[in-house]
Design a binder for this molecule. Structure first.
Ligand code: IMP
Ligand code: MG
Length: 177
């Protein structure tokens, strides 16, 4: 348990569980893309640590780019409005593309990104997410490579934040106020 101001962080996933999940996902990706060149699109900012760990286990021909999206929330709910803050710096057409997300919560952000990228005519387009919160989905999203399916709790650490805090913590914690 970590106390930070009025926030309490409880460990939900230990380092070893995260390392194991990342290795499993890397093996699945290697198996599915054998002999191919893969374009990985990391969704900033939450996925950057997951992405860094994942690519070091891929041992294959990859290209790495990042995209940043903003979703607007009222007090508690997604408005469903997503905008592109930072666009992709490469061509997509004809490439095998894999999106790397931290969390699929309502699925609204991911759905927006999938639709946006589909229009650029990639050879294939798949989704990898470290965490899914299936009870929260408002849009139907298929996650091709998944680390953990979790209940509806707000999580931080391992790249994920609450108001830009806690990204550097090594485990995944749930935030309790
Ligand atoms: P969605 O559009 O509701 O699926 O969520 C979009 C983004 O919100 C995710 O990719 C995360 O970056 C962020 N997010 C959702 N739930 C959490 C959480 O529990 N902790 C930190 N960020 C979250
Ligand atoms: Mg995200």
């Amino acid at each position: 348990m970590i106390q930070s101001g009025s926030n309490q962080l409880k460990v939900l996933l230990e380092r070893e569980e995260i390392v194991k999940a990342v290795s499993r996902i890397a093996a699945e990706i290697r198996r599915d893309y054998q002999g191919k060149r893969l374009l990985l699109i990391g969704v900033l900012k939450g996925s950057f640590i997951f992405m860094a760990d994942l690519i070091r286990q891929l041992d294959m021909d990859i290209e790495v780019v990042f995209v940043q999206l903003a979703s607007y929330y009222s007090a508690t709910e997604s408005s469903g409005k997503v905008t592109l803050v930072k666009d992709i710096q490469t061509t997509i057409s004809g490439k095998d593309v894999l999106i790397i997300e931290d969390i699929v919560d309502t699925g609204i952000t991911t759905t927006f990104l999938l639709e946006y990228l589909k229009k650029k005519q990639p050879a294939s387009l798949k989704l990898c997410a470290l965490v899914d919160k299936p009870s929260q989905h408002q849009a139907a999203v298929t996650i091709d490579y998944l680390g953990f399916s979790l209940p509806n709790k707000f999580i931080v650490g391992y790249g994920m934040d609450f108001n830009e805090q806690f990204r550097g913590l090594p485990c995944i914690y749930c935030l309790e106020k």
